[in-house]
Design a protein around this ligand. Structure first.
Ligand SMILES: C[S@@+](CC[C@H](N)C(=O)[O-])C[C@H]1O[C@@H](n2cnc3c(N)ncnc32)[C@H](O)[C@@H]1O
Length: 105
């Protein structure tokens, strides 16, 4: 099964490179992690998988994912990134806030 890291990575790639309603294409679907992430973030999806044995697994995972269940607005994503940066990189966060106050970014 796909790890939580793989799921989150697929989700982030989709969030940063497309908008809700866009079409996500994965030519090598495997277990369908990308398609599942697309459905969870309000994207259409389309893909190929040569191994027929994986089809029922992909279909089951897609059935279990509700349309848009993981959707976050860009504002929410940005807020989360900034919160994490504040914890992980306090010095860089300070510089970022200073630049924002001085309207440099
Ligand atoms: C590493 S997995 C892909 C993982 C997937 N992108 C995801 O999001 O979980 C690679 C898959 O590509 C499939 N594959 C390899 N050659 C292919 C081909 N010519 N057409 C379609 N699928 C292919 C393999 O069967 C395998 O399941």
């Amino acid at each position: 099964m796909a790890t939580l890291f793989q799921k989150k990575l697929s989700e982030k790639c989709i969030e940063f490179s497309s908008k809700p309603g866009d079409l996500v294409f994965d030519p090598f679907m495997g277990m369908g992690t990308t398609a599942v992430a697309a459905k969870g973030t309000w994207r259409h999806f389309f893909g190929f998988e040569i191994n027929k044995l994986l089809k029922p697994i992909i279909m089951q995972r897609l059935r279990e994912k509700k349309l848009g269940q993981d959707y976050r607005t860009l504002t929410e994503i940005r807020k989360k990134i900034i919160e994490n940066a504040k914890k992980k990189y306090p010095k860089a966060y300070e510089i970022y806030m200073k630049m924002q106050r001085e309207r440099l970014i």
